[in-house]
Design a protein around this ligand. Structure first.
Ligand SMILES: Cc1cc2nc3c(=O)[nH]c(=O)nc-3n(C[C@H](O)[C@H](O)[C@H](O)COP(=O)(O)OP(=O)(O)OC[C@H]3O[C@@H](n4cnc5c(N)ncnc54)[C@H](O)[C@@H]3O)c2cc1C
Length: 459
């Protein structure tokens, strides 16, 4: 598909809601249009360069290939599609012994998605009801998505998946269990793929990270490029044919999909966090220079600490690739322990980066006048004069930097970015569990005894 075909493909009868109303023309709606345009641009880029598309969607089999892949820049929908395909391939590999038909179903589905050049949204997080109770003991049995009917040709599913990025502007919904299931919870152990326009699917959207309507794009450089609509996806008795089912009732394997997804989503998250941390370091240095304070000790110390977090994050990303595991299919999967420890480190220290950036920038990060005020005939020259610091640092230049700091940290976009970074791919606790699971704690205990020169068996 090219950009035009992609935009047209979204007019397929899908039930999308925003601001309390049904959306009829998605590509023209202000909440969706900017994001759709970013995806459309990548469609055009790949249409002009089919080899680039092939390279992006081909799973790497070498470390060099992984590094190259990590450096490719595409929009979020294309990124999410890649991590969905990788999730399905990884999970099919891991459950082959129990559900051999999954490999065939996944292979056919992956081929179909690539053939038709579709985009996939990842539907994992259930409504979950009372968090202290498992799916089968919820007052409302639909709190976790489940199979409500079995037919000779497939199943009928009911439930809701929440906070689903880009659901409304994708073509396919990859539906997988959010957690491990126990015997008795077979109906909840369902993984499948559903077209966005399937009868019974409705998506209610929120875009709380958008710049204020009518604002100057220079005042919100990040929100303008990156705000992502989040979908509340309702599956109200949706039929799924057999060929689109990847797991059905195998409770022991229910968590495999979420773990596989966690790995790929956290890897994507790490890649964008690494770039994001470097952007924050760069912005801190630019604003320090614009303020005339780049040589001051405490400013340098803060930027050094930011550099250390940024470097450690990149080091874990690098380690996750160097220690990648080879799947049956020959595809390399990033190392789980480094991916999870790195994602945790980045998300847990994000606010330190924000704190230093704001502290270095000063109050104008929140109160700088709009770029349009700087252009106002009556007052603009005075605003520019007082926003400037010295001859080489003109007021407009410095003001624009402040808007970037504001938008990255304290605007609606900044807040939503932090929540997304913290919660996307599961909150800190999710990375905590996997890191601990993959860490060799027995080896650490042995090392502690060795370090003490003490062998409990001997003395
Ligand atoms: C911007 C954004 C984008 C997202 N995109 C997607 C997406 O594309 N697809 C998708 O599927 N999901 C997506 N998510 C959802 C994300 O994965 C979840 O928000 C996350 O897994 C936490 O789930 P929750 O929001 O239901 O919070 P909860 O599960 O309610 O968690 C809140 C807190 O309670 C703790 N907690 C919950 N249950 C228990 C328990 N039983 N015992 C002990 N502690 C518990 C958690 O560890 C956490 O600290 C997105 C989230 C955000 C914010």
């Amino acid at each position: 598909m090219d950009a035009r075909a992609y935009r047209a493909s979204l007019n397929d009868g899908r039930r999308v809601y925003a601001r309390g109303e049904r959306v009829t023309d998605l590509a023209a709606h202000p909440d969706f249009a900017p994001n759709i345009e970013r995806t459309a641009e990548v469609y055009d880029r790949f249409e002009a360069d089919p080899e680039a598309r092939e390279a992006f969607f081909t799973p790497p089999t070498t470390i060099e290939g992984m590094r190259h892949h990590a450096a490719l820049h595409v929009d979020s929908a294309t990124h999410t599609t890649y991590s969905s395909l990788m999730t399905l391939l990884t999970a099919a590999d891991r459950i082959a012994a129990v559900r051999p038909q999954a490999a065939e179903a996944v292979a056919a589905y992956v081929a179909m998605v690539r053939d038709k050049d579709l985009r996939i949204a990842e539907c994992i997080t259930d409504a979950k009801g009372d968090r202290s109770r498992p799916p089968s003991q919820q007052e409302d049995k639909d709190a976790y998505l489940r199979v409500v009917e079995r037919r000779p040709d497939g199943v009928v599913i009911r439930g809701a998946k929440l906070h689903i990025s880009l659901a409304a502007s994708s073509h396919e919904l990859m539906v997988i269990p959010t957690k491990a299931m126990k015997p008795g919870e077979e109906d909840y152990a369902i993984a499948c793929a559903v077209p966005v326009n399937a009868p019974g699917v409705s998506i209610v959207n929120v875009l709380n990270a958008a710049p204020p309507e009518g604002s100057d794009p220079r005042d919100f450089p990040f929100a303008n490029q990156r705000a992502v609509p989040q979908g509340f996806v309702i599956f109200d008795d949706v039929f799924v044919p057999h060929e689109r089912i990847f797991l059905d009732g195998e409770v022991k394997q229910a968590a495999v999909f979420a773990h596989s997804l966690g790995l790929w989503v956290r890897t994507s998250s790490m890649i964008s966090m690494c770039d994001g941390f470097d952007v924050m370091v760069g912005l801190a240095q630019l604003i320090a220079e614009a303020n005339g304070l780049e040589r001051v000790d405490h400013i340098r110390a803060k930027i050094s600490e930011m550099i250390i977090h940024s470097t450690l994050l990149r080091a874990t990303l690098e380690a996750s690739m160097v220690h990648a595991a080879k799947l049956e299919s020959g595809v390399l999967a990033p190392s789980e322990i480094y991916t999870n420890a790195g994602k945790y480190h980045g998300a847990a220290n994000y606010m330190v980066m924000v704190r230093h950036l704001l502290d270095i920038a000063g109050g104008s990060a929140i109160t700088a006048p709009s770029m349009r005020d700087l252009e106002n005939e009556d007052i603009g020259h005075l605003v520019r004069k007082y926003m400037g610091t010295r001859q080489s640092i003109d007021g407009a230049y410095r003001t624009r930097l402040f808007h970037a700091v504001h938008d990255l940290t304290t605007s609606a976009h900044g807040g939503a970015k932090y929540a997304g970074l913290l919660m996307g791919g599961g909150g800190l606790y999710a990375q905590n569990i996997v890191t601990r699971m993959r860490y060799d704690i027995e080896r650490a205990k042995r090392m502690a005894f060795d370090a003490m020169g003490w062998s409990p068996e001997r003395d």
